[in-house]
Ligand binder design. Structure first.
Ligand SMILES: NC(=O)c1ccc[n+]([C@@H]2O[C@H](COP(=O)([O-])OP(=O)(O)OC[C@H]3O[C@@H](n4cnc5c(N)ncnc54)[C@H](O)[C@@H]3O)[C@@H](O)[C@H]2O)c1
Ligand SMILES: O=C(O)CC[C@@H](O)C(=O)O
Length: 530
């Protein structure tokens, strides 16, 4: 039998290479341009990388023998995960291996900024002794605003509290109890921006967090605030923060991550002692590199040996045969979880899962995990997987209640009904698979419908009466949003009804407010499915 081949395309700790070498021929080729990678990837069964390699759709399509791609770190934003999934390639990461390293880097950045350590160091090395120039500020008794109270944010908050800081936290997906356990006061973003002396970002980069710190939000902050970003580039508008520091509107910024990396030319590099920059070093500790290398190399080894992966981002760590049969239903559960999570909104307190018909007789655990993964995907993005979804849900205080009803015979394969209680109230969605495996949403908030899920969806609750459909159509048309399909579900004529619109384009900001103003519409929600 020929030995499997693994390509390591970014610097990985030797311990990882040693693990891979137990089962495969390992080639380490770092710094390859995409064109080179495309040329050679067809020879390999596995690819292991950090954040340097861009695994585009082209690379994946050329990787005809690839079984697994392992990201030695958390973020898989440099991998085209949907393309990998389409090709049946497992993508794994190490969700926790560098948590402490990233948290400690954020704390180090905060203190470096406060005490101007990088510039003071340079000054001493230049033979100067400028004690008056480098008078700093204490963090003791100051207020730290933590945006994103997940793994890294929670550790930063814990250490900062021990340094005598008062912690305000903003995380719309975390329960008040969890925040209290960590000694943080959960507040809205506006209050955090207004009251914090230090702000540290620990959120994923998503459409909601892109440019979260911009000229408008910077204007709300104290002129003495110092901002730290060790999360992802693009969460801060770099031109706006450089301008705010230069104009003295804020006291400083310490950034480890940038919209474009390497940073290159930037207004940030021209600023002085109140800006500290590092080249994406959050995960760069010897310990974290060992952790992530072991974590990911072991998963690659296991998958090459035909065993399941521990932290699959896209495919559950299940026996491949079971997986093959279950995959469409997992996709259904995940899609429904994602939809009901967005409809219920923010902090979900409870998820009711009802397995109906044929599914009531099956092992429910994978489907529950699939639904939770979908439910948490708005908050956790690629960090939620089939392995950690249940633990993450438990930590967030989400109660899961399962029921079964085998008497429902509407769809031959059975159906899944989810009901979630969140900050937008209680919402429910039911779905099933058609004969060809296509997903159908069959019920929304107890109104019968029959629509396939689509990338952008708009749902309204309204009074069934003439004219409403036309008004919505004209409104969307005036924003150049194309409607792909539309359906109304109602129980009685001219009674309460829901309208489901599948859209070809995303809804522009603010349009939901206009939809709700249309006479007869009582509520409206959008759902985005990737
Ligand atoms: N600089 C580095 O080298 C480095 C290393 C590791 C991780 N990271 C980055 O750090 C960030 C945090 O990682 P983590 O492991 O703590 O992730 P995590 O998933 O444990 O936590 C992220 C938190 O953000 C919250 N969140 C999601 N959307 C939000 C929003 N719109 N507003 C407020 N909160 C929101 C989630 O509820 C979650 O609690 C990620 O962006 C990750 O990629 C950077
Ligand atoms: O590989 C790295 O050093 C970056 C790691 C970090 O950004 C992550 O997402 O884990």
């Amino acid at each position: 039998m020929t030995m499997a081949k693994v390509l390591v395309s970014d610097p990985i700790d030797q311990v990882g290479i040693d693990i891979l070498s137990q089962v495969a021929q390992v080639d380490v080729k770092t710094g390859l341009p995409v064109e080179e990678l495309v040329k050679i990837i067809g020879e390999y069964d596995a690819l292991m990388l950090r954040s340097g390699t861009k695994v585009t759709q082209e690379v994946i399509e050329a990787g005809t023998h690839l079984k697994i791609i392992g990201r030695a770190g958390v973020g898989v934003d440099n991998i085209d995960v949907p393309a990998a999934t389409r090709q049946g390639i497992v993508v794994v990461n190490s969700p926790e291996g560098n948590t402490i390293a990233a948290a400690e880097h954020a704390l180090a950045m905060m203190l470096s900024l406060s005490r101007q350590i990088p510039d003071a160091n340079q000054s001493v090395k230049a033979g100067k002794w400028e004690r008056k120039r480098f008078v700093g500020a204490e963090v003791y008794k100051k207020t730290l605003g933590v945006v994103g109270l997940g793994k890294i944010g929670a550790h930063v908050a814990t250490v900062a509290r021990a340094m005598g800081m008062k912690i305000l936290a903003y995380d719309p997906f975390i329960s008040t109890e969890r925040a209290e356990q960590l000694g943080c006061r959960l507040v809205d973003l506006d209050l955090l921006f207004r009251e914090a002396d230090y702000i540290t970002l620990h959120v994923p980069k998503t459409p909601e967090t892109a440019n979260l710190i911009n000229s408008e939000t910077l204007a709300k902050m104290k002129p003495t605030v110092r901002i730290v970003n060790c999360a992802r580039g693009g969460i801060i508008d770099e031109a706006a923060i450089a301008e705010a520091v230069k104009a003295g509107k804020i006291a400083g910024a310490a950034l480890d991550v940038f919209a474009n990396e390497p940073l290159g030319e930037s207004p940030l590099t021209e600023l002085g002692t109140n800006v500290v920059l590092t080249p994406h070093l959050g995960a760069s500790t010897a310990e974290a590199q060992v952790n992530v290398a072991i974590d990911v190399a072991e998963q690659i080894r296991d998958v090459l040996l035909g065993l399941p992966a521990r932290s699959a981002v896209n495919i559950p760590g299940l026996n491949p045969d079971v997986m093959e049969k279950l995959r469409p239903y997992l996709q259904l559960a995940e899609t429904l979880g994602n939809m009901v999570g967005q409809l219920a909104g923010g902090r979900i307190e409870q998820l009711n899962i009802s397995l109906q018909g044929e599914l009531a007789t099956k092992d429910s655990q994978p489907l529950i995990v699939g639904a939770l993964k979908g439910l948490l995907s708005q908050a956790l993005r690629e960090r939620v997987n089939y392995v950690n979804a249940s633990i993450e849900a438990k930590e967030r205080g989400i109660r899961v209640i399962e029921t079964r009803d085998s008497s429902v015979k509407d769809y031959s394969g059975g159906s899944i009904h989810l009901e979630a209680q969140g900050s937008n109230g209680k919402h429910s969605v039911t779905g099933a698979l058609l004969g060809d495996g296509e997903i159908r949403i069959t019920d929304l908030d107890e109104f019968p419908i029959n629509v396939p899920p689509s990338g952008y969806m708009l749902f309204t609750l309204h009074q069934d009466m003439p004219g409403i459909i036309g008004k919505i159509g004209s409104l969307l048309g005036s924003y150049n949003v194309n409607i792909a399909s539309m359906q109304v579900g109602r129980k009685i004529v001219r009674g309460d009804a829901v309208m489901v619109l599948s859209l070809d384009d995303p809804l522009p900001e603010g349009i939901l407010g206009e939809v709700i103003k249309i006479a007869g519409i009582t509520d409206a929600y959008t759902v985005k499915l990737s």
